[in-house]
Design a protein around this ligand. Structure first.
Ligand code: ZN
Length: 100
């Protein structure tokens, strides 16, 4: 015998960028697509951040801002190393999983 009851189910209908607080959902032809990035870390013993867990949901614009800041930091670290590709426009891009 089946017993039925109404159930309230929560569904994610939007996701907000943790930096600019704009929605990361983009509507195309009446369908909403989540276009977001994440920055996350979990630090353990031996780290100055021991026990801290970070997680930021980022819109495309804020994600790119983070990537550019990290790429610039890399450039400043290796600016005198001729063996490093500091003009790397694909910095951080997973070429095995990217489609373009
Ligand atoms: Zn944002």
């Amino acid at each position: 015998m089946k017993v039925y009851a109404e159930k309230l189910v929560e569904t994610i209908v939007d996701k907000i960028c943790d930096v600019c607080e704009q929605s990361v959902m983009i509507e195309v032809n009446e369908h909403k697509y989540e276009e977001s990035g994440e920055l996350k870390a979990s630090f353990g013993y031996g780290s100055n951040e021991d026990g801290n867990v970070y997680h930021l949901d980022l819109c495309e614009k804020c994600f790119k801002t983070a990537i550019y800041a990290l790429r610039d930091e890399r450039r400043s670290i290796f600016m005198f190393d001729d063996n490093k590709n500091l003009r790397d426009e694909k910095f951080g891009l997973d070429l095995k999983r990217s489609v373009r």
